[in-house]
Write a protein that binds this ligand. Sequence first.
Ligand code: AMP
Ligand code: ZN
Length: 119
Amino acid sequence: MSSDPNCIFCKLIAGQIPSRKVYEDDELYAFHDIHPHAPVHFLIVPKAHIPSLAQATEAHQALLGRILVLAPKLALEQGCNPYPHGGFRVVVNTGDEGGQEVHHLHVHVMGGPRPWAKG
Ligand code: AMP
Ligand code: ZN
């Protein structure tokens, strides 16, 4: 599986830097964001190093689909209230102008009672 030795999320997935794990399987890892913007804020990442959504290809379709199907399940487990009055926000910052700071594809899942720190 592709990994970048200089990538903070590759290191986190490898256990070389600590994280608060939410979920793990063969392809995916989810962990709490270190600077949460909402009462529930975790990230879902592929274990393989893909720099951003801009590099996604047809080969990644199933992987990306798995992330989106996992998001609502983990959101509820982590304390988001149920749809429709609860819910959550899913964000994929992509590139500098998209606000991406860590260049390993990650899906933010944010939810919980408002107000949130941002948004
Ligand atoms: P983005 O701006 O979409 O690239 O978001 C990167 C996110 O990663 C930010 O919300 C950071 O708070 C979060 N983050 C950075 N380093 C860590 C870390 N070591 N553990 C957990 N979250 C992190
Ligand atoms: Zn990486």
